[in-house]
Design a protein around this ligand. Structure first.
Ligand SMILES: *Cc1c(COP(=O)(O)O)cnc(C)c1O
Length: 489
């Protein structure tokens, strides 16, 4: 007995090193906050892309070992190996993909939810955390005009939110082994690939996937949708899911939601809207009409880590009829019997796949409470107008543009006589910009044509950046043209 106790006591002193004493705690806090301050304070000078990937090799010298290292050393290593190479979403010059950003107040919330470590998966364990998450879900449901019956879930991002939405649709529409091969999903070429991935994960790659036509603005052609549904119905198939986009990643276009809703209702399909990128633009009064009819959708996904400017790790799923979400996810477990089954609030664990869940909602709640909604709305309106400004100015530089931006993505390309040459030219241009400036842009290929994309969604990107980027673009085009002429000579 005594030897057992001795052994336990010996272990306790080593185990205790996980808890810092007061001095240690204060010293760690100082190191961490000075890291944060210097990161934020130098952000305006930092390039949005780091080309030297070799710095990550240093990490080979940091095996996990029995004894610890100093926080200073570890922070220094992170600064060199993680903060430097690759795409840097926090920088204002990030204009590629859908940029991130990460408002600092949200980082404070992550810090708080990590050290308090509340169990936010169930009401019984974390009633305050659950109530806050439910309020956020309600706030977003109200934003899109959902009724009281609606509910949702706050997962880690848009992909998981779309996956959960489609799983809910599959369950609600009773698609299973008896009918999966006759069941039909309707999408367009602009549908985000995470929807395809979700379908495959869920075994719905055995369904029939219909490619609904798009118009010249890359929006779903509703007549074609209706015609395909009618034909499929007549053939005895089981149309069950229509996926629309409110803000496509490629070009930022919003499908004609209201008209699609009418067709979905007529054919009794589950109507899902992927608004991961575009959803929060509904906060901007002038853009509201684009989202007309969104409340008619059965489910909607939006990404607070995109257009609510939170750090990565925040998605949102909203479902109009909460029972559909609960029927799929609600479980009882013997060992959870103390949690009770008559709670006044729905728990996240009943409305999504996670059980143990950190207090993810705090990273959204704290910034919204601390800053108020106004700066977020202003930011969204500003990004939309910056994109329109760019759309006009880039044409003055001789670029061809795609459709007039509806949200904050603009596609544009430099035209040359030969299509193939032009594709290479535009790709070269994007590489030069990445290498020679503090700006990072990405490209896309639509129907064989390479386009440069401008996506303004980092909250730090302002007019001075767009102006400077236009100058960079002009310079790089001239130099690239000049270098090509000299090759010919
Ligand atoms: C980003 C995006 C997704 C995927 O969301 P993640 O948060 O990256 O998982 C889905 N759909 C659209 C339209 C997007 O822009």
């Amino acid at each position: 007995m005594d030897s057992l106790k001795e052994r336990i006591v010996r272990l306790e002193s080593s185990a205790n090193r996980l808890e810092p004493d007061k001095d240690q705690l204060e010293s760690w806090n100082r190191s961490a906050t000075s890291y944060g301050s210097s990161f934020i304070q130098t952000i305006q000078e930092q390039a949005a892309f780091g080309a030297d990937y070799s710095v990550i090799d240093q990490l080979d010298h940091f095996p996990i070992q029995a004894t610890g290292r100093s926080l200073e050393e570890l922070i220094r290593t992170l600064q060199e190996t993680v903060d430097t190479p690759g795409v840097r979403p926090a920088m204002p010059g990030h204009l590629g993909y859908i940029p991130g950003g990460g408002v600092y107040s949200s980082a404070l919330a992550d810090y708080i939810s990590a050290f308090t470590d509340h169990f936010a998966g169930m009401y019984f364990a974390g009633p305050g955390a659950v109530k806050i998450e439910n309020q956020l879900i309600k706030w977003m449901c109200d934003l899109i005009g959902y009724p009281q019956t609606a509910f949702g879930n706050l997962p880690s991002g848009g992909s998981i939110a779309n996956l959960t939405a489609i799983a809910t649709a599959r369950h609600a529409k009773a698609v299973n082994s008896t009918n999966v091969r006759r069941s039909v999903v309707y999408m367009t070429k602009q549908t985000h690939h995470c929807v395809h991935k979700a379908l495959r994960i869920l075994g719905l790659d055995e369904c029939v996937w219909r490619d609904v036509g798009i118009d010249e603005d890359f929006k779903m052609n509703v007549e074609d949708l209706g015609a395909q549904l009618q034909a499929d119905r007549e053939e005895g198939l089981n149309p069950f899911l229509i996926v629309a986009s409110a803000g496509t990643t490629d070009v930022g276009s919003v499908d004609p939601i209201d008209a699609i809703a009418a067709v979905a209702e007529q054919y009794q399909c589950w109507f899902h809207i992927d608004a991961a990128y575009g959803g929060f633009f509904i906060l901007v009064d002038e853009l509201k009409p684009l989202f007309k009819g969104i409340e008619r959708a059965d489910s909607v996904v939006m990404d607070p880590h995109k257009t609510l400017f939170l750090p990565y790790g925040s998605g949102a799923l909203l479902v109009k009829d909460r029972s559909a979400l609960l029927n799929l996810h609600r479980y009882q477990a013997n060992y959870l019997q103390d949690a009770g089954d008559r709670n006044p609030y729905i728990s996240p664990a009943e409305a999504g796949p996670e059980l143990t869940k950190h207090f993810r909602g705090l990273r959204m709640w704290l910034p919204l409470q601390l800053h108020g909604l106004a700066p977020f709305t202003a930011c969204l309106e500003e990004k939309w107008l910056l994109t329109l400004y760019f759309y006009q100015r880039v044409q003055d530089l001789g670029f061809l543009v795609g459709p007039k931006p509806e949200l904050s993505v603009c596609i544009y390309r430099y035209e040359l006589d030969k299509q193939e040459q032009a594709n290479t030219f535009n790709l070269d241009l994007s590489h030069r910009i990445r290498e020679n400036s503090t700006y990072f842009i990405s490209t896309t290929t639509i129907a064989g044509v390479v386009w440069l994309r401008l996506a303004v969604a980092n909250f730090r990107t302002h007019l001075s950046h767009i102006d400077e980027y236009l100058e960079v673009l002009q310079q790089e085009v001239q130099q690239l043209l000049a270098s090509q002429c000299s090759v010919k000579i």
